[in-house]
Design a protein around this ligand. Structure first.
Ligand code: G4P
Ligand code: NA
Ligand code: NA
Length: 194
């Protein structure tokens, strides 16, 4: 998505070879016009596939997931993070390891909101190591839902997330693919919508 790539170049900041700051339009302040266009782009790609829910992981995935759900005319469900493991019969739960943030957390989903009838599109802001997305898929499988694919705003293609997901049979659709970066320098690979 050219618009997203331009925004990353003009407003994003590569801190080093690994971390891209996008606080002014995705992670802290949110650009609602851009998010609506992102939602339309994901919906255009995944429409006609029988998607019943859009699922995201709190918190930065919520804005693009909501716009995608709105464009597809289906509900959005937020997978919630809990700091510690508290067993709860009403929840599906799985532990996620974040390499970027060097922490573990538990991802949870209420049994009320996803069932075996659901065909789910997962939306998130970043795809890095793929741990969050892999955990989301584990939770959705516990609910016996099927997965239509994963849509991400920014894939860091030099990290193993895409390969991990594609190897598990999940389609990855990235609106911007960063092939390499370094302080104040970002290089893109052709995005999946180009
Ligand atoms: P993974 O799920 O792909 O394995 O990613 P990882 O654990 O490495 O990333 C953990 C968190 O860091 C995620 O946010 C992810 O969106 C974010 N992240 C990864 N790489 C970047 C980056 O280059 N720039 C920015 N800004 N964020 C990055 P989170 O902990 O789930 O939190 P939230 O921001 O959604 O609340
Ligand atoms: Na995120
Ligand atoms: Na994030």
């Amino acid at each position: 998505m050219k618009l997203l790539e331009e925004k990353i170049l003009s407003e994003g900041k590569a801190l080093n070879k690994d971390i891209l700051k996008v606080d002014s339009f995705i992670n802290h302040q949110v650009d609602p016009v851009l998010m609506a266009q992102i939602g339309e782009a994901f919906a255009a790609h995944f429409k006609g596939r029988g998607i019943t829910k859009v699922v995201t992981i709190e918190s930065s995935g919520i804005a693009p997931a909501l716009m995608t759900a709105s464009a597809l005319g289906v509900p959005m469900v937020i997978l919630k993070k809990q700091p510690s493991q508290i067993l709860n019969d009403n929840l599906y739960q799985t532990v996620i390891t974040s390499f970027t943030k060097e922490t573990n957390y538990e991802l949870t989903l209420s049994k009320k909101y996803i069932s075996e009838e659901d065909h789910v599109l997962i939306i998130d802001d970043f795809l890095a190591n793929g741990e969050a997305a892999t955990g989301a898929i584990r939770l959705l499988r516990l609910a016996h839902a099927t997965i239509a694919g994963l849509g991400v705003l920014v894939e860091k293609s030099f990290q193993p997330g895409r390969e991990k997901l594609v190897d598990q049979g999940t389609e990855v659709y990235a609106l911007a693919r960063v092939g390499a970066m370094d302080t104040d320098h970002v290089e893109f690979l052709p995005a999946d919508d180009e």
